[in-house]
Design a binder for this molecule. Sequence first.
Ligand code: NAP
Ligand code: ZN
Length: 354
Amino acid sequence: MTTSTNEYPTKAYGAADTSGHIAPMDITRRGLRDDDVLIDISHCGICHSDLHTARNDWGRTSYPVVPGHEIVGTVAALGNGVTRHKIGDRVAIGCMVDACMQCSHCEQGLEQYCKQGMVGTYGGTDRHDGSKTHGGYSTRIACRDEFVLKVPEALSSEHAAPLLCAGITTYSPLRTWKIGPGSKVAVAGLGGLGHMGVKFAVAMGAEVTVLSRSEDKRADAEALGAHDFLLTTDKPSMKAKSGTFDMVLNTIPVRHDVTPYLHLLRIDGVQVLVGMIDMMPEMHSGLLLGRKVLTGSGIGGLAETQEMLDLCAKKNIVPEIEMIPMQDVNTAYERMEASDVKYRFVIDIGNSDF
Ligand code: NAP
Ligand code: ZN
């Protein structure tokens, strides 16, 4: 594989320390390898994982870090061997930019579970030169062609962006556990992931309940298509629904007791944790003896992500978004932390000050 020596100086925003404060910084995108695509970024969604990483919530952030893994833009240049994309194509990158593509997991289209470890879009380590990867809070990015997805014509770039993480992370478990007509699904936490979980589960024909701490989201839950709303602090209402759900899709981003959500499951029902909460509180195993399943799920594979994008275009399943300029990202983080986002911030990279 050859690499062009023509590197690309790039404007970005990132965090320099555990304060998580996001400020302008300069980075360099590599000269293109034979299989690389250079993308001019137009939009990037803000995921709660960006905030976790910027603030070192998981204790493994290496600074500086440029977050952003809900990336949409236009192909600006191609490596010598790229045939699957053309200059000018509208394309997208999600949470991973590389994997071995040879292990049994990659061969099944589960690149996110690559046995050698997938390379994260930011804070990851490049498989070829060992450099650190930087994400979509930037004006351009170079990425291996297979990890660049196609944005269908019918999806606007700003609506496509959140699908790359919030979308696929909720779509994948609903598909894995075969949610469909007759399924009863509860979505815990109505934020970026949660609201997409509601939209997908409704589109799949399930009966959907939102589990939220925020009474003021009741009307929104209904507007998103949910059939019921349970205030998680309302213990009698939670108790009344014991043993009724096939799935709880848990998107809560902080360490918390998952026991109340296990109570909601029927026999063989499954609670899928997608929130990244690191250590779990202690839990009494007796509940699991009621043949309940507690598991987790990470994003989705490349083919599944493309399938989801195409489906969203066909069925007009799009996120609820609030567009912001890059320089407002710190305020957006504060609002996300206060659950004051309806329901995904998207950075208008193309119209921001860098
Ligand atoms: P978000 O937009 O901030 O939404 C999270 C929602 O959880 C909030 O809107 C809130 O909903 C609820 N919540 C927040 N704080 C809470 C607390 N202290 N106790 C109980 N509920 C609380 O976040 P997001 O972007 O959807 O991300 C959610 C989590 O998924 C994050 O941990 C993120 O890192 C993780 N994630 C995982 C994957 C994966 O591959 N597994 C991919 C992407 C993101 P209510 O107001 O309705 O209670
Ligand atoms: Zn994410």
